[in-house]
Design a protein around this ligand. Structure first.
Ligand code: FAD
Length: 584
């Protein structure tokens, strides 16, 4: 691709070079250098990570004529993508949009995702820090990626695109499509979904299983339990391979043409994520998508070690989207709002509990490490502006902000504010409730619903005893029993008066008075990564001088410059990188 932001894209260039006819590009200096090394394995393209970006890139590269090895750290494929809701915001004029008479175009998609005038009800801008070059490439290849997914076996729910599920689809038109789970076994349960909903239930299983099948059928070699630990870069500057850890043994894998970093981000690495948000200390251990796969920043760190730059850190820092969110279940470590690990799941031994889904936050109070309330429990998580959220909306008009009601969603900020002792991080947050709340919510407060053994759920007959029992790794100071007693006593007076004088909870409804009392882990959950390696429009990784690192590609959550909930950008960047790595 000569012009990285060209609307014509790589296919025209590739065709001109004769590659579309199935011939490979002439072996270059990289291939020559790589051939001098002694590798345990070798391929034209080595993809690191078998998630949304990696599997897409692998198929694209293979079908462009390359031999491809995918290295996956886990004993299974899919990454966070397979645990996801399968809501895929690809637009720009997809066949699904056309079918439902939705007028979209690459220009409209680009304009939406770069509109600085769009802000959240809390004042944070969604799209201001998106990199124009990267968004242009996404907009230009978005519809093609959608058709490519369909051509590779992904079945989307047969309904009009909407804005439900994922987010950051832009204000002008609906773009979200939903991968139907069909009869693929779900990683959450180990079983296929109820046949009655298989064609209508949106799920990452319905995205990743067909893509895995397509990759294997195309001849992609997928090596599980192969965790990349470092990259090899030649004196010439080219990346020529990787070192992996395979069950404790070190192996090398050579890449004659390219290494693609598709490792899924960094939110599981405490020190790495704190570069973007110093608040995110160790206690935020309930990552969405874990324990199926980790986001340990290994791709970013390996690339930085050979000179790569980071990009777009504000997109991680800003208070919008799901990157940090309020838990949907309590009493378990992994409480992301719509991901419930069930006992049949292959990773249930690591998830340890299903969690208690909270239907009504009136049924609990949330307290910090020292037993104090900090905000109205019914307060929502951060939001993100989607199709139709600003109405009326005029693209690029800074008066858009005047049409957005100022409505800060501060439960998360208050939870992460800490206890005023000068430490970073908010510490554990506990949902405290009584036996009557258990009845109202129809909760079962024993394993496997709660994780008592892991220190994420406690029960006692008195509030004082409950406070004393709250001992676990992240509770770095004891909860004073008298503080918890005083907090509950004061809250009960608010229920009597009907007014929460401290935090304005709308008409507190239920006293906490009937033993036994419970404290359930309700600490904010980290969801997705929105900063990472600097890439250009071709998904080539850039160094600290703004120069391309030859032979190194990245996309998905390990790449920076793109603020959008993940599957669309991950698959589209996989599509771009996989083709460009082979066809140039
Ligand atoms: C519960 C949940 C729901 C979601 N719902 C949606 C949704 O509905 N819509 C949407 O758009 N997005 C959703 N997302 C986000 C979306 O799933 C991610 O943004 C997307 O999967 C990112 O793709 P990726 O390829 O970058 O990373 P992943 O899909 O996570 O893949 C990364 C892979 O790399 C592997 N890996 C990591 N390090 C190494 C290493 N060193 N060596 C080898 N392999 C390695 C990992 O094990 C993993 O398999 C959701 C995420 C979660 C967790």
């Amino acid at each position: 691709m000569t012009d990285p932001v060209s609307r014509r894209g790589f296919f025209l260039n590739a065709t001109a070079a004769g590659v579309a006819a199935g011939t490979l590009a002439t072996p270059d200096a990289n291939a020559a250098a790589a051939s001098r090394m002694k590798w345990n394995r070798e391929a034209d393209v080595v993809v690191v990570g078998a998630g949304a970006m990696g599997i897409t890139a692998a198929i694209a590269a293979r079908e462009a004529g390359a031999s491809v090895i995918v290295l996956e750290a886990q004993p299974h494929i899919g990454g966070h993508a397979i645990t996801s809701g399968g809501n895929v915001p690809l637009g720009g004029g997809t066949s699904a949009q056309k079918k439902h008479d939705i007028k979209d175009s690459p220009d409209l998609l680009f304009r939406d995702l770069t509109d600085w005038s769009v802000v959240e009800p809390n004042g944070f801008p969604d799209y201001r820090y998106n990199d124009r070059e990267i968004i242009r490439a996404f907009a230009d290849h978005s519809a093609a990626t959608y058709e490519w997914l369909v051509a590779h076996g992904v079945i989307f729910v047969d309904k009009a695109p909407d804005a439900a599920g994922g987010n950051a689809v832009g204000n002008s038109v609906p773009r979200e499509m939903h991968a139907a789970v069909m009869n693929w076994p779900m990683v959450q349960t180990g079983q296929p979904a109820d046949p009655a909903v298989q064609a209508t239930l949106s799920s990452g299983n319905g995205l990743m299983r067909p893509l895995e099948a397509a990759a294997r059928e195309a001849g992609v070699m997928i090596l599980e339990r192969h965790r990349m630990v470092s990259l090899h870069r030649q004196d010439t500057g080219r990346v020529i391979g990787v070192t992996v850890d395979n069950n404790g043994a070190r192996l090398t894998v050579g890449a004659r043409k390219a290494v693609v970093i598709a490792t899924g981000g960094s939110t599981g690495n405490v020190n790495f994520r704190r570069m973007a948000d110093p608040r995110l200390t160790e206690e935020y251990c309930g990552l969405a998508g874990m324990p199926w796969s980790d986001q340990d920043a290994s791709g970013e760190i390996a690339a930085m070690a050979i000179g790569a730059s980071l990009w777009g850190m504000y997109n991680q820092t800003g208070d919008f989207g799901y990157k940090v969110t309020k838990p949907g279940t309590i009493g378990n470590q992994y409480g992301y709002r719509n991901l419930h690990w069930m006992p049949g799941s292959p990773v249930f031994d690591r998830a340890r509990a299903i969690g208690l889904p909270v239907h009504d936050w009136q049924n609990v109070i949330t307290v910090n490490m020292i037993g104090k309330r900090f905000y109205d429990e019914t307060g929502p998580a951060f939001t993100t502006n989607d199709y139709g959220s600003i109405n009326p909306y005029t693209a690029g008009d800074y008066r858009n902000a005047r049409d957005i009601a100022w409505k800060p969603n501060n439960w998360l900020n208050a939870a992460m504010a800490g206890i005023g002792d000068g430490h970073n991080g908010g510490g554990p947050i506990w949902a405290v409730f009584d036996a009557d709340a258990v009845t109202r919510e129809k909760w079962v407060t024993t394993p496997p619903h709660v994780d008592s053994a892991g220190g994420f759920f406690f029960t006692a007959d008195t509030l004082a005893d409950l406070a004393r029992k709250v001992v676990m790794t992240h509770q770095r100071v004891p909860m004073p029993p008298q503080t918890l007693e005083a907090t509950v006593a004061r809250y009960n007076t608010f229920v009597e008066s009907g007014t929460d004088d401290d935090f304005g909870k709308p008409k507190p409804l239920y006293k906490i008075a009937t033993p036994p009392f419970h404290a359930a882990w309700a600490t904010p959950v980290i969801h997705d990564t929105r900063f990472g390696l600097r890439i250009n429009a071709n998904c080539q990784v850039m160094d600290m001088n703004g120069q391309v690192i030859p032979g190194l590609y990245c996309g998905g959550e390990s790449a920076g410059g793109f603020s959008e909930h993940g599957l669309a950008r991950a698959t589209c960047q996989g599509y771009i990188a996989g083709h460009h790595a082979v066809l140039g």
